[in-house]
Design a protein around this ligand. Structure first.
Ligand code: TXA
Ligand code: MG
Length: 328
């Protein structure tokens, strides 16, 4: 499916799928309430969950929101890229996009094809991740096709997404800026640019704060980016590889080939997120690996959280926690 077909869809209040550097997005004109309805409907997304609007740069952002000194500095430092800023919205943004809030989430994606589309249609593009609500975001063309099947809108194939997890969402409408969703743009990255404190949920994504006491049922989770196969989280990767697995029906997700399962009497399906444990590569492969393992339709999936102190791995931990059924 071609770029032109997607462009025509956007211009005619229809929807299409575009690649970004984070994940693929289900795109529509941010000025067309009719097209926004189609996005919510195909995703089965509750209308209470607002969409991100994509623009070329900070000047374009200032046409649809009330920008400020912080947004200007952050855009200079991180745009185009995986940082979404929540700002007071201007009237031109329909309330359907903002879920009746007076704010709008905005980012400028760096993917070449998405930018080409923004230049071509000359209006801002709203795009949530191109997956059914509460499922895993797609990071490859094939993942989008398998997500929507026969209902799939036209897609621009942009290869596999370089970053692999969704953007950092930063609320700039509160007294102290607050990270609402962790991503590859870290709290430290943001603080160093605006020279002030930023609130973040980071601590909750550390292994010490995620124990069987804190996590008993998926119902406790706010959101559930779940694979079909139940995912269980071990207290550490060391504990995971030293356990005895006897079930052929188990699958295991490990950071790198340095981890070798010792006591297995079973034909385990093992997936490595990275060759050598590189954090960027781990993030890049996370969603595709979960989808790949899910396709085996086995009984249980096992992994652990990352103990290493690194911005993007906190975001990976956050997604693993949301994808998990329970911890062990
Ligand atoms: O990397 C990304 O951000 C991808 C690509 C396609 O750009 N998009 C994405 O969109 O992940 P979505 O809809 O799956 O996630 C948007 C997140 C949601 O958690 C939503 O609640 C939050 O941003 N959000 C959107 N507008 C908001 C607002 N006005 N205030 C607070 N949160 C908002
Ligand atoms: Mg999403």
């Amino acid at each position: 499916m071609s770029f032109d077909e997607c462009k025509t869809a956007l211009q005619n209040s229809c929807i299409c799928v575009l690649p970004t550097e984070t994940v693929y997005g289900l795109a529509c004109s941010a000025f067309s309430p009719k097209a926004v309805d189609k996005v919510f409907s195909l995703k089965n997304r509750p209308t209470s969950n607002p969409l991100i609007v994509h623009v070329l740069d900070h000047v374009e952002a200032s046409k649809i929101s009330y920008t400020n000194k912080f947004s200007e500095k952050l855009a200079k430092a991180f745009w185009p890229g995986p940082l979404t800023m929540v700002l007071p919205k201007k009237e031109c943004i329909p309330y359907k996009i903002s879920a009746d809030l007076d704010t709008v989430a905005i980012r400028s994606p760096s993917h070449r094809e998405f930018r080409k589309m923004l230049r071509s249609v000359k209006f801002p593009i709203a795009a949530p991740s191109a997956n059914k609500s509460n499922k895993i975001s797609p990071t490859r063309y094939q993942d989008v096709l398998s997500e929507f099947g026969n209902d799939c809108p036209p897609i621009v194939d942009g290869g596999s997404c370089q970053i692999g997890i969704e953007s950092t969402v930063l609320d700039l409408t509160t007294d102290i800026p607050e990270i609402l969703r962790l991503g590859s743009c870290s709290k430290e990255d943001i603080e160093s640019v605006i020279c002030c404190e930023v609130n973040s949920p980071e601590g909750k994504c550390k292994i010490d704060n995620f124990t069987s006491k804190s996590r008993k049922s998926p119902g406790q989770m706010k959101k559930h980016y779940a694979p079909e196969t139940p995912l269980y989280i071990y207290p550490s990767f060391e504990k995971l590889i030293s356990d005895s697995f006897s079930e052929d029906s188990d699958v295991i997700l490990l950071p790198s080939k340095n981890y070798i399962i010792k006591n297995s009497g079973a034909e385990l399906t093992i997936q490595y997120l990275s060759k050598k444990g590189d954090p960027k590569e781990i993030a890049q492969n996370l969603y595709h690996s979960l989808r790949f393992l899910d396709n085996f339709r086995k009984d249980k999936m096992f992994t652990s959280l990352f103990p290493w102190d690194n911005g993007v791995l906190s975001a990976v931990n956050d997604r693993l926690i949301r994808a998990s059924t329970a911890c062990i």
